[in-house]
Write a protein of this length. Structure first.
Length: 248
């Protein structure tokens, strides 16, 4: 079975490894267009980061090249190009993109995995909102706590199942709560968010009542979400290590 390294070796007479690397990064360069007039000093502070994912960093046709990361995938190369230092407002299309974003405010598409159904996303948002105290209970009644401290709490329903159903049926609460959760996690950092959410998942109910099963299902959703956060955190940490090595 032919691997990507075998193909590179076969085609080494047509293109050197360095030329192939440059070709990959040209193809991977984002197609967005920055208005440098909107940047300090015309964008002199922009930093371009190029990372090449190879099967094994120590045994590759690209050995000796900078910014290699092992993906352990023998059949493909991965080229990542990041340009840092430009705010989104510097994009030529910023006004149009901002208008499109405003039209999509009803969808919680930042933090929740795309493969989940809309009801699963809403239930996960309900669980995360409860962990971060956006949703709380007084006795058997559940309430949503708005971001505005002067706003009155939104009464959901009596009982966990009814409260989740009311949350899911709301036209605005799932999206609003998802944005608040996303913002809070960004503020506290992935490592701390993973710690807090992992602690929640470890406290599993042992009973067999309907409430126990509902609680376990919410914890399963949160546990899967924590796994996603861990993968994101590990990837980000890997990039930081590579970038630190380059700077050194």
């Amino acid at each position: 079975e032919r691997t990507i390294e075998m193909v590179l070796e076969e085609q080494s007479g047509q293109m050197t490894a360095r030329a192939r690397r440059q070709q990959l990064f040209r193809l991977a360069t984002p197609s967005w267009n920055v208005n440098r007039a909107r940047l300090p000093e015309g964008g002199a502070g922009l930093v371009r980061l190029e990372v090449l994912g190879v099967p094994e960093a120590s045994a590759t046709a690209f050995a000796g090249e900078a910014m290699l990361v092992a993906t352990h995938d023998p059949y493909r190369l991965t080229a990542l190009v990041v340009t840092a230092g430009a705010p989104q407002s510097a994009l030529q299309q910023y006004e149009r993109l901002q208008a499109a974003l405003e039209q999509e405010r009803g969808r919680p598409f930042y933090i929740l995995p795309d493969f989940m159904t809309s009801s699963e996303k809403a239930y996960l948002t309900f669980a995360l909102s409860s962990i971060f105290n956006f949703i709380y209970n007084q006795g058997t009644f559940f309430y949503y706590r708005p971001a505005d401290p002067l706003a009155a709490p939104v009464r959901l329903a009596n009982g966990l199942a009814n409260a989740m159903a009311a949350f899911l049926a709301s036209d605005t609460l799932p999206a609003t709560a998802a944005e608040r959760v996303d913002s809070l996690i960004a503020h506290m950092g992935l490592s701390e968010a993973i710690r807090v959410l992992s602690d929640y998942c470890e406290q599993a109910p042992e009973g067999s009542t309907r409430l126990d099963e509902q609680t376990r299902e919410l914890k399963r959703l949160v546990r899967d979400y924590v796994d996603d956060l861990r993968r994101i955190n590990e990837f980000s940490s890997g990039l930081q290590r590579v970038n630190g090595s380059k700077s050194g």
